[in-house]
Design a protein around this ligand. Structure first.
Ligand code: NDP
Ligand code: GDR
Length: 327
């Protein structure tokens, strides 16, 4: 009998790659997704990967506990991956309450559904390097103190500790992955890497002339979503649940990431870059650099795709998308 997984946030970047990964492993994959007025459910990322017909979509929302309980009751999943969130840090200052409800309290809803309807299911929580915020140690590990710097990061910290608490209180096999930034051609357009690769493609094709950015001195430890969803699954295969940092161990500025993208398209960054003060954040996370040693020692995980390879893949995908649209 194939294993069953329930993935919240299946329509997002990681949800799509995780679904593909689990299907390849022979899982029956169920995905929680919400409807909108413009589309039944946004299946575009699953379609991009060609797996939309192989995933079983369940109508639901992280805010609706009764629907979550029924979903877990009906599916009886072996593994539950909680990826759904209001995940854009910048928006979390505009929508702090919604962010708290979905990204924070939503975790309680999913954990309650597991506790009530399938307490022996293994649970994964999508925690974030944003929880470190104002960094006081050069490299962040599972033991580095947290200092969240946005409503999003505060909400993620709540979800992280709740996951630890449900493990300790109820013996649930609950693990929290503290994932550093990870990107791909399926990254949302509002995040800086994809904003840049999309702009580079548009500039190359003569559709746009400038790229407006905020703080280009911020440093991030960027990996590829494909590598990171593998780590989520590996965590849940361990006998004992635990928390793990997933990162590449290399940090780069936003400027460096931009240079890789522009160079790949044969363009000069400084001819097109405009710094826009409106894009700076009320409080910034200046630098993130993760140490994935614990995950490597426990289950042999390491990143395989470099920043350069990933950004070039994203530029090529955006060029292709725009060319297809123009046809
Ligand atoms: P995305 O923003 O691409 O996906 C978020 C998903 O959550 C979407 O499927 C979205 O659905 C869904 N969602 C949002 N609100 C609700 C709700 N109320 N009920 C049900 N579903 C909802 O994020 P990523 O794939 O990049 O990230 C996955 C998770 O990992 C998130 O929790 C994120 O915070 C976390 N994370 C991400 C990192 C990264 O660098 N990518 C790093 C560390 C953590 P819809 O399509 O309808 O909007
Ligand atoms: P982040 O990702 O906030 O780290 O959260 P994002 O790509 O939005 O920002 C990275 C850095 O780039 C700077 N920046 C800009 N960012 C955006 N989006 N747009 C701009 O124009 C711009 N100019 C400069 C930002 O200030 C920041 O320093 C992501 C999300 O996926 C979270 O859900 C996840 O938890 C963390 O990564 C780890």
């Amino acid at each position: 009998m194939s294993k069953k997984a329930l993935v919240t946030g299946i329509t997002g970047q990681d949800g799509a790659y995780l679904a593909q990964f689990l299907l390849d492993k022979g899982y029956e994959v169920h995905g929680l997704a919400r409807r909108s007025s413009s589309s039944d459910v946004n299946l575009s990322r699953l379609e991009w990967l060609g797996i939309e017909k192989r995933v079983r979509i369940v109508d639901g929302n992280l805010l609706d506990l009764s629907a979550l309980i029924r979903t877990v009751q009906d599916i009886q999943p072996d593994e539950v991956y909680n990826l759904a969130a209001q995940s854009f840090v910048h928006s979390s200052w505009q929508q702090p309450i919604l962010t708290g409800q979905v990204t924070g309290l939503g975790v309680t809803n999913v954990l309650e559904a597991v506790r009530i309807a399938k307490p022996d299911a293994r649970f994964y929580q999508a925690s974030s390097s944003e929880m470190y915020g104002r960094i006081r140690e050069p490299m962040q590990t599972e033991l580095t103190p947290f200092y969240p710097r946005s409503p999003y990061a505060v909400a993620k910290l709540y979800g992280h500790w709740l996951t630890v608490n449900y493990r300790e209180s109820f013996g649930i096999h609950a693990s929290s992955g503290i994932l550093f930034n990870h990107e791909s051609p399926l990254r949302g357009i509002e995040f800086v890497t994809r904003k840049v690769t999309d702009a580079v493609a548009r500039i190359k094709l003569g559709l746009q002339s400038e790229l407006r950015l905020g703080n280009i001195d911020a440093k991030r430890d960027w990996g590829h979503s494909k590598d990171y969803v593998r780590a989520m699954w590996m965590m849940l295969q361990q006998d004992v649940p635990d928390d793990y940092v997933i990162a590449t161990g290399r940090t780069s500025t936003v400027r460096t990431m931009c240079e890789i993208a522009f160079e790949h398209a044969g363009l000069e960054l400084d001819k097109h870059l405009v710094i826009d003060p409106n894009l700076f954040r009320p409080a910034e996370v200046d630098v993130l650099l993760g140490d994935p040693a614990k995950a490597k020692a426990a289950f042999g995980w390491e990143a395989t795709i470099s920043l350069e390879e990933m950004i070039r893949e994203m530029v090529d995908a955006d060029l292709q998308r725009l060319k297809n649209k123009a046809r």
